[in-house]
Design a protein around this ligand. Structure first.
Ligand code: FAD
Ligand code: SF4
Ligand code: SF4
Length: 459
């Protein structure tokens, strides 16, 4: 019996080299590797993999075109439903989405769908003459330029609507710009995807905070007939323990925004500074914690320790990110929780007092809950702490628009099929509705809401 071909591995830069800069870590597939991986696909007629893709990509279709060396047609097929393939190929949690549904995963390893999508995203789609979209009169306002807003904007523009994206920050992308570091998502990739939207006629207004600079009523007065709110979950959570307000303790949001968006790693050439800690503690076990830890290493930290209250099995970060952090030298204190921080004589954080935990019964999330072990306290010396224990929905718009119904966690309540909120003409999706989730889930929500808006305006 001939052995089944193995899933190809994406080449990566060696850890010792990559922790010295912010260049991308995985190098992408070569044409030879991409074709070899594409050849593993069974071309299942029912396409179970596509059912796991929130933006509905025809996965067997694009893999078949890739196999036939029709790469321009393959990327054109992907772009028909996914306006950010270069992003998704890099940061999508494929193992929980498309690849989880791949039949090859039942007995072996699924097709590397994300890596193939990333490979094709370098190609320009074939320029077959496309019919001009029918121009429609009603302008639509999109609030927020994260993956939810950009996807809604792209789909609405394709349908012929005049779309303006209002963004509070000075640059587009949401978390893709201020949160996910360049060594996972190079900025040129994001800029390229946003430029495509501008070419499609989407307008961008930056430094514009809806709910402060303009209300939704102001936008109605400017002629907007429908709204998509994709304002995300940018409100950092803290643990509420003593010492969290000491100098040197950051929320991961602030730390990453300083580095990624405000150029702090180039300080003093750029105006924004950031602590270049020698001994850095990162609290949390998700992607945000891994990004913070790996960023601190690249800023020159000698020791970066992740403190997480459950075991490795329960860590919410992508497996790939945990492995990359380990390879780069991040130390993990698992089953441990900070109880308080103490300052040095100058008022800067100097010691984290922690406690060991053991796993008890499963909690509401289905994961075994951490239970403190009495008398197990220990101390870790530090000069910087980055708190990455979660984010809540951005409260500004819900608080300024009292007609918008909110849920228990401050999220906007929406119809899951259309994104409709409790206010007529106002739709929402992404992290503002679900709480902190993923890029692809936010994109799926933007897509559904674009259809919902089109149906609303057609009535
Ligand atoms: P966001 O991306 O948060 O975008 C919201 C935008 O709205 C922002 O640009 C914000 O400035 C703007 N805004 C907010 N309020 C207003 C207002 N009032 N007026 C105008 N604009 C406003 N997901 C993955 O799938 N894979 C990963 O590897 C991954 N890594 C992550 C790493 C980090 C550090 C973080 C923080 C998150 C990560 N995520 C990852 C989660 C993912 O990035 C988010 O789920 C996703 O970006 C949510 O998209 P969104 O469009 O809903 O909101
Ligand atoms: Fe898979 Fe994400 Fe690509 Fe969809 S967009 S096919 S879920 S990698
Ligand atoms: Fe190919 Fe896997 Fe999709 Fe089947 S389920 S078509 S093998 S990618």
């Amino acid at each position: 019996m001939t052995a089944k071909p193995e899933r190809v591995r994406m080449p990566e830069r060696p850890p010792a080299e990559r922790i010295r800069d912010f260049e991308e870590v995985p190098l992408g597939l070569t044409p030879e590797l991409a074709r070899r991986e594409a050849a593993r696909c069974l071309q299942c007629p029912t396409a179970p993999c596509s059912a796991g893709c929130p933006v509905e990509i025809d996965i067997p279709g694009f893999i078949r075109l890739l196999r036939e060396k029709r790469e321009e047609e393959a990327i054109a097929l992907i772009r028909r439903t996914n306006s950010l393939p270069a992003v998704c190929g890099r940061v999508c949690p494929q193992e929980d989405q498309c690849e989880r549904h791949c039949v090859l995963g039942i007995k072996g390893e699924p097709v590397a769908i994300g890596a193939l999508e990333r490979y094709l995203s370098k190609r320009e789609p074939e320029s077959s003459p496309q019919p001009e979209p029918v121009r429609r009169g009603e302008p639509v306002a999109v609030v927020g330029s994260g993956p939810a807003g950009l996807t809604a904007a792209a789909d609405l523009a394709r349908m012929g609507f005049a779309v303006t994206v209002f963004e509070a920050l000075h640059a587009p992308g949401g978390v893709m710009a201020y949160g996910i570091p360049a060594f996972r998502l190079p900025r040129s990739i994001l800029e390229g995807e946003v430029a495509r939207l501008a070419e499609m006629g989407v307008r961008f207004e930056y430094d514009t905070v809806i709910g402060a600079t303009f209300s939704l009523d102001d936008l109605r007065d400017r002629g907007y007939r429908a709204f998509f709110i994709g304002s995300g979950a940018g409100l950092p959570r803290f643990m509420g323990i003593p010492g969290e307000n000491l100098v040197g303790v950051y929320s991961a949001n602030e730390y990453l925004t300083r580095v990624n968006l405000m150029g702090a790693r180039h300080f003093p050439d750029w105006a924004t500074p950031v602590s270049r800690g020698r001994r850095v503690i990162v609290v949390g076990g998700g992607n945000v914690a891994m990004d913070s830890a790996r960023t601190a290493l690249r800023l020159g930290a000698e020791e970066v320790t992740v403190v997480y209250r459950r075991s490795r099995r329960e860590m919410p970060a992508r497996h790939e990110e945990i492995v990359h952090a380990e390879q780069e030298g991040v130390v993990f204190h698992l089953l441990a929780l900070p109880l308080s921080y103490r300052p040095d004589a100058d008022g800067r954080v100097a010691v984290a007092q922690c406690q060991r935990m053991e796993l008890g019964e499963p909690d509401a999330s289905g994961r075994r809950s951490p239970v403190p072990i009495p008398g197990s306290e220990f101390e870790v010396a530090c000069d910087t702490v980055i708190v990455a224990v979660g984010n809540s929905p951005n409260p500004l718009i819900p608080s300024r628009e009292p007609g918008l119904e909110t849920g228990r966690r401050g999220n906007l309540e929406v119809d899951p099929e259309t994104g409709a909120t409790s206010l007529p003409g106002v739709f929402a999706g992404g992290d503002i509705a679900t709480g902190a989730a993923t890029v692809i889930e936010a994109m799926g929500a933007g897509k559904r809401a674009a259809r919902g808006i089109a149906a609303y305006l057609a009535d």
